[in-house]
Design a protein around this ligand. Structure first.
Ligand SMILES: Cc1cc2nc3c(=O)[nH]c(=O)nc-3n(C[C@H](O)[C@H](O)[C@H](O)COP(=O)(O)O)c2cc1C
Length: 199
């Protein structure tokens, strides 16, 4: 019988190991690459807020450039570059919006300033000056004074469900990268391979 591998378990081990080592790596920061409507790739940093057995969750403005890109093509990749720990994780797969009630639940847990910022910034739209930005913030503060700030309808989470995950660890003694790759098979089992890549 073939062995059942679980790359998310592997990710969990690395994530908490690096977190506990406290090397100064920004553990939650990941580079999200999408394919734009113009056909070009674009990469930006977003924060990993949750990971589950199904995938990796981040939050954003659905009307942002990345939101538009993902609406057009839900294929995306993530790169965790834990440079100080000499490790990287490359992931690619398909994204989906998470259910609205889960986005609401996460939004509720955010500080008031971040909630207002979600209202004030229609990400990737041009705000012509700092004065206009400050003015919008002021108006929103008044609007929501002494009130709960609801989640904007255009704001929420995505889950990236991986089909391929690559764990890369630099090994000083071999001067090579140890690479462990997991690829999802048609029967939903993961195929695992290990190799060394010289730099
Ligand atoms: C450390 C860091 C964390 C960030 N986290 C997020 C995030 O979780 N979600 C998000 O939408 N943008 C985040 N941003 C901003 C994005 O990098 C990006 O500038 C913004 O989302 C607009 O991207 P887009 O125009 O490609 O959609 C973060 C930026 C930095 C520097």
């Amino acid at each position: 019988m073939s062995k059942h591998y679980n790359p998310i378990e592997h990710f969990q081990q690395w994530f908490y190991e690096i977190k506990n080592l406290d090397t100064g790596d920004e553990i939650n920061a990941m580079q999200l690459s999408t394919i734009g409507i113009d056909g070009f790739p674009k990469t930006r940093i977003v924060l990993l807020k949750r990971f589950t057995w199904e995938g990796f969750i981040f939050f954003t403005n659905y009307k942002s450039e990345k939101g538009k890109a993902l609406a057009n093509n839900n294929r995306a990749s993530l790169l965790f570059n834990w440079h100080k720990s000499q490790r990287e994780v490359h992931i690619y797969g398909h994204t989906e919006k998470i259910p609205e009630n889960l986005s609401e639940g996460y939004f509720e847990s955010r500080p008031r300033g971040s909630k207002l910022a979600a209202w004030v910034s229609e990400q990737s739209t041009i705000i012509p000056s700092r004065t206009i930005l400050d003015k919008r913030m002021e108006q929103l503060e008044q609007k929501f004074q002494n009130k709960e700030i609801p989640k904007p309808p255009y704001w929420g989470g995505y889950i990236l469900k991986p089909i391929h995950i690559e764990f890369i660890k630099y090994e000083a003694f071999t001067k090579a990268n140890k690479v462990i790759q997991y690829t999802l098979q048609q029967d939903y089992n993961w195929c695992k391979t290990s190799s060394y890549r010289f730099l």
